[in-house]
Design a protein around this ligand. Sequence first.
Ligand SMILES: [Zn+2]
Length: 321
Amino acid sequence: MKEILEQDLDQDQHTQRILKHFVGDIRGPKDGPTIIAVAGMHGNEPTGVVAIQRVIDILEPLKEEISGRFIGLQGNISALLEDVRFVEEDMNRLWVTSILDKVRRTPFESLKTPDRAELKELLCILDPIVLESPDEEIIYIDIHTFSGTGGMFSITPREERHVELLSQLKIPLVFGVEHALVGTSMEYVEDAGHIGFAFETGSHETKEAEENAYAGLLVLLVAAGLVPANRLEHFGDYYSYLMNKVEGYPHKVQFVYKHIIEEGDDFEMLDGFQNFDPVKKGDWLANDRYGKVFAQNDGFILMPLYQKQGNDGFFIVKAVE
Ligand SMILES: [Zn+2]
């Protein structure tokens, strides 16, 4: 009897933990897409969670006008509480089929890291939607921020339905990074046949990153047909704000190079690099314990690393078209 009671208690605890991931969930009376926005997959990137909360607040009174469903989630709550990228494992590198399968089969108390427990909780929410509704239109947005400075962008597969939707945001689209970053949640959504992309909105914990995420989400919701533009207060202002922000950046770029940091490299990026700064092959970009790190290609620099946690030093991308 005691055992059963304890089990019930555990069950309840897990349910509580799972529910905590919801920032909000709004379903309208009309048919339409299911849009899932996740933020805080990295715990030192809380601005996206605030932006999602603001979207929920603006949608709530418009419930009757909504076609489809908007779900806002926060990712790694343990890491968010500690304001670290991850506790023991990068949660956004675990979405590999074999790891997901193992995490699903392992009881909560036997999972080897807190980040895996967070992942399992998210899967309890996402699996029934993403895996069990192949015919529904699902759009998944993974919101991030970066440690450097410079313009926002989206990481997306180079597929027509993605490009068509994201082109309405006019933010630079970065193709091919999905092959360089294995195990992101985007991959899990893509494998299930849905639209999934990452939205890198600005520098960590800045008001600008929050505004960019908020404006970007609103434009996307309208573009996807979830809510009519004329029902959203100040939509025009946010649209112009976004257009203003992305002016002067390349529209479409292709991943060409990633500097991988290995354990003990003591990698240090030189000061002052911003997203989309042009670089030439041979430019001095960083230092590590072996000396100077030079650009291996011409192109634009992306996501220069200015924080301790993380294994990607910088990316180089090239304009396409
Ligand atoms: Zn991130």
